[in-house]
Ligand binder design. Structure first.
Ligand code: NAD
Length: 256
């Protein structure tokens, strides 16, 4: 059980991050959920997690594109035993047409935010002699596809950051790993479908089956609950010696 532990999950008011927050709360952890918005429904989401699982849950708004705000999130949480770096965005375009502002935003949110939150969280984890850093990378942290240069560069970078974090914390009761999902049907994936339809000249159903799930041999999307369960496992004593590696939840994508 994770009772008494505090988990911060970045980018967790929807999709995979929300699924991870729910599974960590189910396992007994107090959770801090986050995004860059500060709406009543964001805080209501935290209240509903608290009520459902009998844990403390708070929503803290912080923009993961801003390094100072990333560090501020960890400070405002007060304590961070489990850090899940999940915030991420996507943009699809060929390299020679890729907008520089999109490149910079993707590198900041998908990669640099994890550097800043990890830097802010490690001193407290070391002081308590226990910690878990889980970075949500992607099958695109291990393999590439065309038109996703910034995302793939950031996710490969996040896998590398996970390994270095593991080496710097080895033997200190702290582990760091990257979870690499294949396709999970969330708003981020939903938003890619129109671009993919345009790029490939296909209708929705065909692009989902033939393009998006073409590299996922199971031809099934992974679920946010399965991602949450993987993070809970990495927080369990069974995973004490799992550090500096990647766990793929991708229906066989990276076996191809
Ligand atoms: P999503 O769009 O549902 O969730 C992204 C989350 O990040 C949202 O909560 C959003 O509010 C938040 N976010 C975006 N910009 C932010 C910012 N500047 N500051 C703070 N929060 C911000 O997408 P998702 O599919 O749940 O993606 C979650 C993570 O999983 C991402 O890192 C993504 O790259 C990764 N991933 C997703 C898939 C997939 O198939 N869905 C596959 C592999 C990896």
């Amino acid at each position: 059980t994770l009772r008494g532990k505090t988990a911060i999950i970045t980018g967790s008011n929807s999709g995979i991050g929300l699924g991870i927050a729910q599974e960590l709360a189910r396992a007994g952890a107090d959770v801090v959920i986050n995004s860059f918005t500060d709406r009543p429904e964001d805080h209501a989401l935290a209240a509903s997690i608290a009520a459902a699982h009998g844990v403390k849950a708070r929503y803290i708004a912080a923009d993961m594109a801003d390094g100072g705000a990333c560090r501020g999130l960890v400070e405002r949480a007060g304590s961070c035993d489990i850090l899940v770096n999940n915030a991420g965005i996507q943009f699809v375009a060929p390299i020679d047409e890729f907008p520089t502002d999109k490149w910079n935003a993707i590198l900041a949110i998908n990669l640099s935010s994890a550097f800043h939150t990890t830097a802010a969280a490690l001193p407290g984890m070391r002081a308590r002699g226990w910690g878990r850093v889980v970075n949500i990378a992607s099958a695109h942290g291990l393999t590439a596809s065309p038109y996703k240069s910034a995302y793939i560069a950031a996710k490969h970078g996040l896998v590398g950051l996970s390994k270095t974090t593991a080496l710097e914390t080895a033997g200190q009761g702290i582990t760091c790993n990257a979870v690499c999902p294949g396709y999970v049907l969330t708003p981020l994936v939903e938003a890619q479908i129109p671009d993919q339809m345009k790029a490939h000249g296909m209708d929705r159903e065909t692009v989902v089956r033939e393009v998006m799930l073409s590299r996922q041999p199971s031809r099934q999307f992974a679920t946010t609950e399965q991602l949450g369960g993987t993070v809970v496992f990495l927080c369990s004593p069974h995973a004490d010696q799992i550090t500096g590696t990647t766990i793929s939840v991708d229906g066989g994508w990276t076996a191809l």
